[in-house]
Write a protein that binds this ligand. Structure first.
Ligand SMILES: [Zn+2]
Length: 335
């Protein structure tokens, strides 16, 4: 059964690529941590699976210097720390909303982060790399709001043919390594098998399935207007439970802030970088805070180059992992 196959992969996705990245993170973490947390102890666990492929052959790059600014490691930020971007109140379903993206590209001076080296030991994260190498499936599954929709779509690709599923998976594996280097447990909703199919309803339930505290779905967008660029987040436009409301918006803002600070462009079509939609099963099913990120536009030449390069994907992964870490620190387990 498909879900069984997916579960079997859980915990085995530490790859040669990820392990190298994790080791880099450990070395870095040791250099930065003042106290001896358990962060490094879980990062060097056995990881024998290999997912080396044409698109990951370049290998990871070491975490960049942006990770070296833990302002006050002993004082985690409050949730207010990244809630300065007022969420838009309308349904940001389509493009063409307010084009305002106030502050989108400006580093926010004076901000304090706990830093990317604070231990996340004991915390559990679910990552969902969108789509699969096996392509879409029209099999109808529940959409989480009483209707039905296709199991999965095939995703987009760059004009040169680099597929979205490969981008999503590679960024997820890199983010997993970075978070695990800090002590977190990270589950991925799928591997990179050519035959595996994981439907959107399973993905939406994935945080609950594995006992994770949050669910982040990783995608690249495929706007056919090649002038369009930039990342944005998708949250539940009509929350079906409390977790899909403010906690999810806070999670979105935490990662969006890290993406902005890493120098990525924010899509100007969505005020605050957040799109609220009610047609995403991968969001509707979750009872844990859940956000889908469109990290870039794969048809835009500039972002296609970035997303096709291992160095670019490492930067995306660092921002995603750092934002998730910020959110976890601001939301103590069980709180
Ligand atoms: Zn996608």
């Amino acid at each position: 059964m498909v879900l069984t196959a997916a579960k079997r992969r859980i915990g085995t996705v530490a790859t040669a690529v990820g392990l190298v990245a994790a080791l880099g993170g450990v070395v870095f973490g040791i250099a930065q941590l003042s106290g001896g947390s358990g962060a490094s102890s879980t990062a060097t666990g056995p990881g024998s699976a290999s997912v080396a492929g044409a698109w990951v052959s370049g290998g990871p790059v070491a975490p960049t210097s942006q990770w070296t600014v833990p302002a006050t490691p002993s004082q985690p930020p409050t949730s207010q720390a990244y809630s300065t971007q007022a969420p838009e109140t309308g349904e940001g379903l389509g493009a063409g909303g307010s084009a305002s993206s106030t502050g989108a590209t400006q580093p926010e001076a004076g901000r304090t982060f706990a830093g990317a080296t604070v231990s996340l030991a004991g915390r559990v994260v679910a990552l969902d790399p969108g789509h699969t190498p096996s392509g879409g499936s029209s099999r109808q599954v529940p959409d989480g709001r009483g209707g039905m929709k296709a199991c999965n779509t095939s995703g987009t690709a760059t004009d040169a043919g680099y597929p979205e599923h490969a981008f999503n998976y590679d960024v997820a594996v890199r983010a997993q390594a970075l978070l695990e280097a800090r002590g977190a447990t990270v589950h991925l909703s799928r591997g990179d098998s050519a035959t595996e199919v994981v439907c959107v309803d399973e993905r939406g339930k994935f945080a609950d399935t594995v006992g994770a505290e949050l669910l982040v779905s990783i995608h690249g967008d495929g706007n056919t207007d090649r002038s369009v660029k930039g990342f944005f987040a998708i949250v539940s436009g009509a929350p079906l439970n409390a977790a899909q409301g403010e906690p999810s918006v806070e999670l979105a803002n935490a990662v969006l802030l890290r993406l902005r600070e890493a120098g990525f462009t924010q899509n100007s079509a969505y005020s605050g970088g957040i799109s609220r939609r009610s047609d995403i099963a991968g969001v509707a099913f979750s009872t844990k805070p859940v956000v889908m990120f469109e990290l870039g536009e794969m048809r835009n030449p500039e972002e296609a180059a970035l997303m096709s390069s291992p160095e670019g994907r490492q930067r995306y992964a660092e921002a995603v992992a750092a934002g998730i870490g910020d959110w976890l620190i601001a939301h103590p387990a069980g709180a």
